[in-house]
Write a protein that binds this ligand. Structure first.
Ligand SMILES: [Fe+2]
Ligand SMILES: [Fe+2]
Length: 285
């Protein structure tokens, strides 16, 4: 969410002071919340989540340094360094004080998410009626609204029930195949027109995920096995494409208008999706 706020901030013209200030406020609030969550998470986070590289990748720190330099927007890189040092462990040893601290930060994040979602909806409304300019595509704004809504749903469920009821694999695949397809569409649109090979590759992935999305929508949960294997294989290739792209952007070998942090952000989301796909459960929806 702090990166969504940064992308929004970076996309507004200098004259849009109100929108810029608001985006910057959300960026700061989510950055503070993240720093606190990382502090609370040390020794309690799942081994698989750490191993998946959804929290940080080998490019995150350099992508942050470059994005900070290129946009002039502050990024607290110490949080990423703390994420690098995170240790896994069982949350079962948590005391009452810890439970209270988690409840408090969850409530704060839910409140912030309501505000950020409303802000993104306001931006989308004004952009699509041509009353506001931003370098971010309307589809990107819709995309980050859906991601924030999913996050809000997860935190709200944790607060209400104390656990997340496992999402059925089908709705997870429908959600994330669409997210992966849209990433490919953004990448295609933000690459320099001369990057012919990368444009074709991005287009191909957009098409692949469109087909997987349509197939997942048609599937019955019990018959998901074969489709999930296919999705996993495509997402692995896609993650490697995104990693190569992030490497190319952070080492200035790719011509584009993609912020290094956006490249790393979509790479981490692919890593997150891979962990979901690799969790071998098929739950009835
Ligand atoms: Fe995102
Ligand atoms: Fe995304």
């Amino acid at each position: 969410m702090k990166e969504h706020a940064l992308f929004l901030l970076a996309g507004f013209p200098a004259g849009e002071t109100e929108y810029r200030e608001k985006a910057d406020w959300f960026r700061q609030q989510f950055e503070e919340a993240l720093a606190y969550v990382v502090y609370l998470a040390d020794g309690r986070v799942g081994r698989e989540a750490l191993r998946s590289e959804e929290v940080i990748t080998e490019f995150t720190e350099i992508a942050e340094q470059q994005t900070k330099k290129l946009t002039g927007i502050p990024i607290d890189i110490r949080i990423t360094q703390a994420e690098k040092r995170l240790r896994s462990g069982c949350p079962c040893a948590s005391d009452r004080e810890m439970v209270q601290q988690v409840q408090m930060i969850n409530q704060r994040i839910l409140w912030l998410l309501n505000g950020l979602i409303a802000f993104k909806e306001n931006i989308l409304q004004n952009v699509t009626t041509c009353n506001l300019y931003t370098t971010n595509y309307p589809l990107l704004i819709e995309h980050i609204i859906r991601e924030a809504e999913l996050y809000r749903q997860i935190v709200a469920e944790l607060e209400q029930k104390g656990c997340i009821s496992p999402k059925d694999l089908k709705s997870a695949e429908v959600f994330w195949n669409q997210i992966m397809m849209e990433h490919a569409q953004f990448i295609r649109g933000l690459l320099d027109p001369t990057e012919a090979d990368l444009l074709v590759a991005a287009d191909t992935f957009a098409g692949d995920f469109r087909l997987l999305l349509e197939e997942a929508k048609r599937q019955d949960c019990r018959a998901m096995g074969e489709l999930t294997r296919k999705t996993l294989e495509t997402t692995e290739r896609y993650r490697n494409f995104k990693a190569a792209g992030t490497e190319g952007i952070t080492s200035c070998k790719v011509r584009s208008v993609i912020l290094p942090l956006l490249a790393d952000h979509v790479l981490r989301e692919a890593n997150h999706y891979l962990r979901i796909l690799e969790t071998p459960i098929c739950w009835e929806g």
